[in-house]
Design a binder for this molecule. Structure first.
Ligand code: GDP
Length: 355
């Protein structure tokens, strides 16, 4: 088996309470590659980071693994946690193919994270729980970048049992939400059990395990869902609506199917009628080596899924994070505008009734 050119990169949503370590985990996934002299291989997207399969396999220390995987890599998105985004996603379908739910092992799940877990359950999105900050457990001896079991086996019995107890608490909370879970190395069937992976984003312990388990999930559960049509009109989700100096209001989107081009007409959700507008520019981050303060972005003429990209266009004020964004033609514009309108209307009813 080898990488299948017809499959797009699986999109991995990284969710978790503020301060539990989302940014540190993503930095670690990016940074470890920089340390390995492979920085060029990692591609920065708007709101996302793409890690190619070679990189992941190297990180896991077994080159023969490459033949076992058919996905080209993983695209990690830093998923906004605010309520508007979450409620739109819970109506509009799963944004990601896979998810990482990160939790500070010393604090446990916070309410917003529990809401995310319910959404993953509703959409049957395969995910792992990453129990972060194991290095904060009293007496923990850090072993930089080691896989979890290798570092765990070097700890004292007291530290091991302290960690085990914290993990049991997480496993209990997951059970209350309706998930069977286990420490990942004790899981035989990832379709029936959620794997809990203890890590430290600060020391790099357990990071290789996270990447391996994600690839395994992608391989086992997603193959049928990753086929895409590069020639189809682009379909994506708005991650953030942002003001940019010199550009006005812009959309950071994740494109998960088809192609989007400069000059395309798009429809995007807003609190009023959906916005119909024409793309003035498509923007990607500059490569790290070329960053100048005044030029954060570079223009591209088109992009194909899966990718994170910034859209500059007129009239984007009022666009909603979490809403769909779709490329339309004169034939499809009316029908697609109606679809997006009813999707947003459902959510407004929902938030009205909840209060
Ligand atoms: P985010 O808000 O979820 O993106 O969290 P951050 O990644 O910004 O982390 C919040 C704080 O926790 C920062 O001060 C990090 O340095 C710290 N932190 C994150 N992961 C770890 C970890 O594994 N161990 C320790 N000791 N600190 C961590």
């Amino acid at each position: 088996m080898a990488v299948n050119e017809n499959l797009r990169t699986p999109i991995v949503s990284v969710m978790g309470h503020v301060d539990h370590g989302k940014t540190s985990l993503l930095d670690r996934i990016r940074g470890s590659a920089v340390a390995d002299g492979e920085a060029g291989a990692i591609t920065q997207h708007i709101g996302a980071t793409e890690v190619p399969i070679d990189n992941i396999v190297n990180k896991c220390g077994d080159p023969s693994l490459k033949d076992k995987f058919i996905v080209p890599g993983l695209l990690f998105i830093d998923t906004p946690g605010h309520h508007a985004f979450t409620s739109l996603r819970s109506r509009g379908g799963a944004l990601a193919d896979l998810a990482i739910v990160i939790v500070d092992v010393n604090e446990g799940f916070m309410p917003q994270t529990i809401e995310s877990l319910h959404i993953l359950k509703r959409f049957k999105t395969p995910f792992v729980v990453v129990a972060n900050k194991i290095d904060r457990i009293h007496g923990w001896e850090a072993n930089k970048n080691l896989p979890f079991l290798a570092t765990y086996n070097k700890q004292s019995e007291r530290v091991k049992s302290d960690l085990d107890n914290k993990l049991y608490e997480l496993i209990g909370e997951l059970y209350n939400i309706g998930f069977n879970s286990e420490r990942y190395d004790r899981v035989n069937d990832f379709q029936r059990n959620i794997g809990v992976i203890p890590i430290s984003a600060a020391t790099g312990e357990g990071i290789a395990d996270v990447l391996m388990i994600l690839l395994g999930l992608a391989q086992r559960f997603l193959e049928g869902n990753l086929h895409y049509d590069a020639t189809a009109p682009g379909t994506g989700t708005v991650l953030e609506v942002k003001e940019e100096k010199g550009l006005g209001t812009t959309l950071d989107i994740i494109l998960y199917d088809g192609t989007i081009k400069k000059g395309d007409t798009i429809v995007v959700g807003s609190l009023g009628d959906p916005i119909q507008t024409k793309i003035r520019a498509l923007l990607k981050p500059r490569p790290l080596s070329e960053i100048k303060a005044e030029e954060k972005f570079q223009q591209v003429s088109e992009v194909t899924a899966a990718v994170g990209v910034k859209i500059s266009a007129p009239n984007l004020e009022g666009a909603l994070a979490g809403s769909p964004v779709r490329v339309v033609s004169t034939d499809t514009i009316d029908a697609i505008t109606e679809e997006i309108k009813s999707e947003i209307a459902d959510v407004q009813i929902d938030t009205d009734t909840i209060g």
